[in-house]
Design a binder for this molecule. Structure first.
Ligand code: LLP
Length: 382
């Protein structure tokens, strides 16, 4: 991305979304998925729920993975067909379940016996049918940050493997509930395919158990989690979807007629977004030089929350001067408000425009107004 007059005039901090890169990413997904008539991708709305982004993804034919009533509304408004919406989450409120039932969404991903009972009661009272899949905790420890691994036995997510048959049997006795399949999600920002291979082995094992009970699961949903290259985003703007999908094609032993669902979030939108921010001060500290920018952890919380690293470019730098080591920090009154430590940037000055890359996923959606700050604005480039 070059510094143009248009960029120069943007009020910062702001998110800049490259809709052409999003289109290419969606094409790459379509290219892989269309080779299988039983593969379905649901976009995880939590990664980026900007209405224009959602509409572009809906228009490309993906379904939606929603985790709240608000996300269901946003997905419907953006044009996702209700039948392609999956509703997940450990704590669905009654109003959200009612909304999902009224909207006739494709399926609930149910996470406990207790939730199943409430869905059954509400569906019966409304005289509607609930299509339910069960999220099974596969007890797989994925290689990622502890805050974003979700499939270990001690995590709050899902139903224990040992309870799978019992919960399906329970659903089969409920008059307004249809059992639609199994759901899994082991974690996020996964770059080693071994994690997904282990998930495949677990799913195969559970399917054998279902066979022996005479139970057919029409849908297998393996969740999301495919990571992106945060270190060198310009070299890898589109994740390796071929490696990802083929891992499941090779690893899973699907039954005749079984549909396979994926819930990708980050891999779809991370690389198309940058957070643009202006340098307020370059401060010489006792031990370090700080580039103090006008964006903070309120605009992009990932570095503060997960020690995440995002590549940073100085768009204003022109001459090829020797690089300098800086910490890039925000203005928020928290020591964790740091975007990068000890990184090399061209000599940086007040007024320079920086781009914090790979910020399209879990950036805008996790922004807050802490310190009475405004939410970042949003711009699109084609
Ligand atoms: N399906 C389920 C059930 C999930 O919980 C998630 C993400 C996804 C799909 C999409 O995962 P993805 O493909 O985006 O990895 N805020 C964190 C990530 C939290 C992910 C939560 N669940 C971050 O910024 O890294």
């Amino acid at each position: 991305m070059q510094l143009t007059d248009t960029l120069q005039n943007f009020q910062t901090p702001c998110y800049l979304y490259d809709t052409a890169l999003l289109a290419r990413t969606l094409d790459a997904i379509r290219h892989e998925v269309q080779q299988h008539d039983n593969y379905h991708v649901h976009y995880a709305v939590k990664a980026n729920s900007n209405p224009r982004i959602l509409s572009q993804i809906a228009a490309a034919g993906l379904g939606a993975d929603c985790v709240s009533g608000g996300e269901i509304r946003a997905a419907l408004a953006a044009g996702f067909p209700a039948s392609k919406i999956a509703f997940a989450g450990v704590g669905k409120a009654d109003w959200e379940i009612r909304l999902a039932l009224q909207s006739a969404i494709g399926m609930f991903n149910v996470e406990s016996f207790e939730e199943l009972e409430v869905i059954s009661q509400l569906a019966t009272a409304m005289n509607l049918r609930a299509r339910v899949s069960f999220r099974i905790n596969p007890d797989v420890a994925a290689h990622t940050h502890a805050h974003i691994t979700t499939g270990r036995a001690e995590d709050k997510f899902g139903i224990a493997k040992e309870d799978m048959v019992r919960v399906i049997r329970m659903a089969q006795t409920m008059p307004c509930v249809d059992f639609t399949g199994l759901h899994f999600h082991i974690g996020s920002q996964l770059l080693v395919m071994d994690d997904f291979e282990e998930l495949c082995r677990c799913v195969n094992q559970l399917q054998l158990e279902l066979d022996s009970e005479g139970i057919f699961a029409p849908n297998i949903n393996v969740g999301g989690g495919l990571g992106v290259d945060y270190e060198t985003p310009a070299a890898n703007p589109i994740p390796d979807f071929q490696a990802y999908f083929s891992t499941f094609t090779r690893g899973l032993q699907l039954r005749e007629g079984q549909q396979l669902h994926f819930e990708l979030g980050r891999a779809v939108v991370a690389q198309m977004g940058s957070l643009l921010t202006r340098v307020l001060y370059v401060k010489q500290g006792r031990q370090k030089q700080f580039v103090i920018v006008d964006a903070g952890m309120t605009d992009l919380i990932r570095p503060a929350l997960y020690d995440a690293r995002h590549h940073i470019d100085n768009l204003s730098a022109t001459a090829a001067e020797p690089a300098v080591t800086y910490d890039v920090v925000g203005p928020i009154c928290e020591s964790s408000d740091v975007f990068a430590r000890d990184i090399l940037l061209p000599p940086t000055r007040r007024g320079d425009l920086l781009a914090i890359r790979s910020a399209g996923a879990y950036g805008e959606t996790m922004a807050s107004q802490y310190n009475c700050r405004s939410l970042p604005s949003v711009h699109f480039i084609e």
